[in-house]
Design a protein around this ligand. Structure first.
Ligand SMILES: *[C@@H]1O[C@H](CO)[C@@H](O)[C@H](O)[C@H]1NC(C)=O
Ligand SMILES: *[C@@H]1O[C@H](CO)[C@@H](O)[C@H](O)[C@H]1NC(C)=O
Ligand SMILES: *[C@@H]1O[C@H](CO)[C@@H](O)[C@H](O)[C@H]1NC(C)=O
Length: 196
């Protein structure tokens, strides 16, 4: 069961984990690096999803801060060889790519100055949006290193992008993921959980 009353009561604590006294706290929203496209060329962008984190009282996930990634079509689990250069390609569909093992280097054929390293783990999530209808060449993907790579690819339902705002061009930086740590470490979050 999901109690909106509980959520409402704790939302001011949750939504501003480092300054729970702030009267008009902005909701905490997840940011993800996306590979999108402008004028037919793929680009990196930092996207902030519209759907904020909320503190769940549902039994199975009680106390977790959860953000919705949107409606999804299906999922596939893929294993790639070590040091695997996939080359340049457009995104087959709008999809989430979640890297569980390994490191990827992403490049842009029309912008030699841009590159993006994605390491597996909690920050190993990107959104690939540069489908062939908006990007002529797409992006380069080179899976680096001596071990195999493991990823989960999740196309969205109806090829939709999750509702988002573009924070800036270029990949998200460490500060744009810092809210996760603040959420996990802040005392106000712990005390909010106790009230569930
Ligand atoms: C797209 O191309 C037009 C015309 O060349 C240019 O004015 C505009 O700035 C470009 N937009 C982006 C996002 O590169
Ligand atoms: C997964 O969903 C996408 C998007 O709807 C679709 O194109 C693809 O065929 C689906 N894959 C499977 C295995 O059903
Ligand atoms: C997303 O970015 C904004 C702006 O930099 C930041 O305030 C927020 O904490 C970030 N969200 C997370 C979950 O780190």
């Amino acid at each position: 069961m999901h109690s909106n009353n509980v959520l409402g009561a704790v939302s001011s604590l949750l939504l501003s984990p480092m300054s729970s006294m702030a009267p008009m706290a902005a909701p905490l929203r997840p940011n993800f690096t996306a590979i999108s496209a402008h004028n037919g060329s793929s680009v990196f962008e930092c996207w902030q999803l519209d759907a904020p984190f909320s503190l769940s009282s549902e039994r199975s996930v009680r106390g977790s801060a959860t953000a919705d990634l949107g409606s999804l079509a299906n999922a596939s689990f893929s294993i790639y060889p070590a040091n695997y250069d996939i080359g340049t390609h457009t995104a087959p569909r709008k999809l989430w790519a979640i890297f569980l093992k390994g490191m990827g280097l992403f490049t842009l054929p029309d912008d030699d100055s841009a590159s993006l390293y994605v390491s597996a783990g909690e920050y190993g999530i990107i959104f690939a949006a540069d489908t062939a209808d908006i990007s002529d060449k797409g992006h380069g993907t080179h899976l680096l290193g001596m071990t195999e790579h493991v990823a989960i690819l999740i196309p969205t339902e109806d090829n939709e992008e999750p509702a988002h705002e573009v924070l800036h061009s270029g990949p998200c930086d460490a500060s744009e993921a810092g809210g996760l740590r603040e959420l996990a470490l802040s005392g106000s979050y712990s005390s909010a959980i106790e009230t569930l």
